[in-house]
Design a protein around this ligand. Structure first.
Ligand SMILES: [Zn+2]
Length: 247
């Protein structure tokens, strides 16, 4: 089916600065408000995968963001899920879900594992905790499966490295390739990328701060001009679910 408008999900992992390498929160204190401003300027609704810890530390900011954007779960303290037992994975998800629900007044239905490291136990735990979809997979990484889980899988297609950390002239070209190849493009970035990161390894800190913010602004302009259809991950999952039921 040919669509005129390309679906784009704008997703952000909201957490402490470059976990586990730093223990500062500049990305929350400065990056997150700047991000909300850019999104509101372009009238883009985003899906924010927030750690429970972040929500506890910045409840007002997260509550405010939840009025305009979807809040998903990104673990409690950025745990490495593939290193946890099945039961512990469930406990972490359950605890983070409780924290996010209390702060936003809404139960998250989507999950993204820290560092995209989920396994079959993670999917089972998410299903048990009542989640609708998982977004822990990166589509260019092969060999990962979601098993027999009923969770809707929405893989990431475009990590920030390919659109935020390189000049807009290149990223728009890359975006164009994705647009034509995929039914939906899932852009993902981190709140801390919008703040100049110091003291981290080069791969994490280059082109962060003002540069990233300016490129994000340009990219959203470009996507708006191309009439991209910005969707929440929850909406994409719901329509996938309806599709599978009607089959
Ligand atoms: Zn993360």
């Amino acid at each position: 089916m040919q669509k005129n408008m390309h679906e784009v999900a704008f997703t952000v992992d909201v957490e402490q600065d470059i976990p586990p390498f730093l223990d500062t929160w500049d990305g929350m204190e400065k990056g997150f408000p700047a991000l909300l401003d850019v999104l509101s300027k372009h009238k883009v609704r985003a899906t924010l995968f927030v750690t429970g810890q972040t929500a506890e530390k910045f409840p007002e900011l997260i509550r405010k963001a939840s009025k305009d954007h979807e809040i998903g779960c990104h673990s409690y303290a950025h745990e490495e899920f593939s290193a946890l037992s099945a039961e512990n994975q469930f406990k972490v998800i359950q605890h983070a879900t409780k924290v996010l629900t209390k702060i936003t007044g809404q139960t998250p239905v989507g999950f993204r594992a820290p560092r995209f490291m989920a396994n079959l136990d993670t999917f089972a735990a998410l299903e048990r905790a009542g989640y609708l979809y998982d977004s822990s997979r990166v589509s260019y990484k092969l060999g990962q499966g979601i098993g027999s889980s009923k969770l809707i899988e929405i893989p990431n297609t475009l990590p920030s490295l390919f659109f935020l950390r390189i000049p807009a002239a290149f990223s728009t070209r890359i975006w164009w390739v994705f647009t034509n190849a995929l039914p939906v493009t899932v852009l993902s970035l981190h709140n801390w990328e919008l703040v100049k990161m110091r003291g981290a390894r080069f791969a994490s800190r280059f082109a962060t701060g003002e540069t990233a913010l300016r490129r994000l602004d340009k990219l959203l302009d470009y996507l708006r001009a191309k009439k991209a259809d910005f969707r929440l991950m929850r909406e994409i999952a719901e329509s996938k679910l309806a599709e599978s039921r009607s089959r």
